[in-house]
Design a binder for this molecule. Structure first.
Ligand SMILES: *[C@@H]1O[C@H](CO)[C@@H](O)[C@H](O)[C@H]1NC(C)=O
Ligand SMILES: *[C@@H]1O[C@H](CO)[C@@H](O)[C@H](O)[C@H]1NC(C)=O
Ligand SMILES: *[C@@H]1O[C@H](CO)[C@@H](O)[C@H](O)[C@H]1NC(C)=O
Length: 209
């Protein structure tokens, strides 16, 4: 083999290896995702149809979120590491919602936004636009056995979102006015489409554990 051929071979092997390392492999089949989303009524509460993809969500101490596992509140105080199957032609927007938050003004369940990052290139969340600063789940002591906390990811072209920035420590009212289905509709013309990937966990007030 001449030098040039060897070089080509090395480049080929490195590319092959990199693809293998970087490509995200789903942890669930589409059927498995759909079954869990329906079991816990994420479908239809948060989204109309199940996504085909999952997201990998890892909290500190190697705590993996697994489509509805029960998690201790004290493990979720800091934002997790998240990953998903990336298409380099798109941007991604991710949110974490409490699907069982009750708005005491209207005594109704609303979706409470705990975290939101817009226009993420690939899965580099530090390069996205931080809309809502991360807040650890903090369900009220209520008569529910648990709250569902849902990570929803959209895949889309770059969008000029028209949303209010929410900082840590701001009043709950800033986080209460979110609805994943309405968000999808609001930006439909901008190419948002239905959610692309999802994951979720359950947790409750420590006194109810
Ligand atoms: C959900 O899936 C059904 C059946 O495939 C489809 O008709 C409907 O348009 C989908 N809903 C949304 C919001 O995409
Ligand atoms: C978190 O909560 C669980 C269950 O209440 C408890 O067993 C565990 O010791 C707590 N961990 C820390 C670090 O506080
Ligand atoms: C992620 O984005 C940050 C900020 O734009 C950049 O500094 C960093 O190099 C990016 N990381 C990767 C792995 O691309």
């Amino acid at each position: 083999m001449c030098f040039q051929q060897s070089l080509m071979l090395i480049i080929y092997l490195v590319q092959f290896y990199m693809n293998d390392v970087l490509a995200y492999a789903s942890h669930y089949t589409p059927e498995g995702i759909e079954a869990q989303l329906k079991k816990y009524r994420i479908v239809p509460d948060i989204m109309e149809n199940a996504t085909r993809e999952d997201m990998e969500v890892e909290y500190q101490g190697n705590l993996m979120i697994q489509m509805g596992n029960f998690v201790s509140l004290n493990r979720t105080a800091f934002e997790p590491k998240i990953k998903w199957k990336v298409d380099p032609n798109f941007y991604y927007t991710v949110t974490l919602l409490d699907a069982d938050y009750v708005n005491i003004m209207v005594l109704q369940k609303v979706q409470y936004q705990l975290w939101m990052i817009l226009n993420i290139p690939g899965d580099n969340i530090t390069a996205g636009e931080l809309l809502t600063e991360y807040m650890g789940p903090n369900p009220e002591k209520d008569n529910l056995p648990y709250h569902r906390f849902v990570f929803v990811l959209w895949q889309h072209p770059f969008v000029h979102f028209r949303e209010l920035r929410v900082r840590g420590g701001q009043l709950p009212i800033y986080r209460e006015n979110f609805n994943a289905k309405k968000f999808t509709e609001k930006y439909e013309e901008d190419g948002l489409g239905e959610p692309y990937a999802v994951n979720f966990f359950r947790t409750c007030h420590p006194k109810e554990e």
